[in-house]
Design a protein around this ligand. Sequence first.
Ligand SMILES: Cc1ncc(COP(=O)(O)O)c(C=O)c1O
Length: 493
Amino acid sequence: MNVMTKQNETVTPRKIVDAPSVGHNLVPRPKLMTVEDAKALDVARMTDLFKAHLNPGQLHFMKLLGFHKIKIERAEGMYYYDQNGRKILDFFGGFGSLALGHNHRRLLEVRRKFQEENRHEIAIAFMSQYAAALAYDLAQVSPGDLDMVFLGSSGSEAMEAAIKLAERAAGPTRPKMVYAENSFHGKTKGVLSITDGQLYRGDFRLTDNTIKVPFGDIDAIERAFVANPDIGAIVLETIQGGGGINQAPAEFWQKLRRLCDAHGVLWVADEVQCGVGRSGRFYAFEHYDVVPDITAVAKSLGGGKSAMAAMIARRDVYLKAYGTPKTAMIHAAATFGGIGEASITAIETLNVLYDEGLIENAAVTGDYLIERLTELQAKYPKIIKEVRGKGFMIGLELHDFSQTLPMVLRPVVSVLDDKLKGSLSGFLGALLLRDYGVLVAFTEYNRNVIRLLPPLICQREHVDEFITALDDLMSRGIVSIVKDFVKSQVKSA
Ligand SMILES: Cc1ncc(COP(=O)(O)O)c(C=O)c1O
């Protein structure tokens, strides 16, 4: 595929080669972009490169939402700043990876110092003091016997580690795993088998050693445990993110713990999105006074500056699977597991979380956000169906209006993409960004839910700014919102 070069020529970029320079005759230098070139790319050229090398299909969705017109130049605290100097209030929060907001000063400082001191990165040949300290800190913030840590660089990798550990600890006679409807545990091949999204599962060949139950249905779980003594583990997000911010009551979790103990089943709690303070506790399961056997965190653990993920397990479970020299390397860290700068960034992130009282802020200011959204629900009952969540993990479910929309608008809306039909969340999200400079997230499985995952540094004034924008937008009424959105699509087409 051809793209425009810097000189505005149409070329196939991978084949461009600079003239060989002195001393480099054998390996001619390809025409590489530099870091400065990258910073200077404008939206049109970014679009060309995105299309040519990253994901042409994804551009379709970006266009639908108007995200394709924006180039972020910098980001600080609660805000992005675009190419026109416009401030964008971030209630999307990198899908939950920005607990400390953008570019927290303390993270920048420890990283700068680490670099100036020429510290080492790779933690494979020698023991790493950074990985060791991070593992210690994670054990400190984890309740019960959750003491053993595996470090990786994505939520999927941490969850892969979790299910592999569970499988080995459960043993060969108990290979079955229970997972929930509407679950999301990542897109890598192993966890895809316990991710309940047809979109992601596609036609991949997945393991059939799984049993799906409705989320929060303790009776279904008990029936499964009784009927299948070969179940070794159950994997659940404590608060479902991709499924639309779904929670189960405290009794569910307490019964689950008792059931797992009674049947010798290992409970794996996926805290990749809801963990690291987002729910108002370090782990969301702490709201329910229970401790799983294995858990995983990622996203915000890297402070929004580094890719860091961890699986944390009960010591006896870990030792059962990998406790001897013979078994120790079966699933030891990958090349970048516990890498230096990412580890010290995570260590500082944990310290900042407590020093600045951010977990408590998530609980208190999160309650305020829920309260303000509930007021909006009372004001716009035909638009907002439900407000739910904990701390700064909030779902705003909108009514599906595909059937209530005036007849004249239905054909227009139906030509829009499948995902947006009947989904007011897409229209609201697009207009919030365009007209108010406010960014929100969407939900993989439930097109009617707007997901709010603001940084945990979010203050009441940011909540007020967000609510004022949403209130103003909703006051236009559904018909005008939909018409406006459709008009913007026609203009940009
Ligand atoms: C609950 C949960 N588990 C696992 C993952 C996968 O994490 P990653 O995208 O870092 O691989 C996600 C990502 O959104 C998640 O929300």
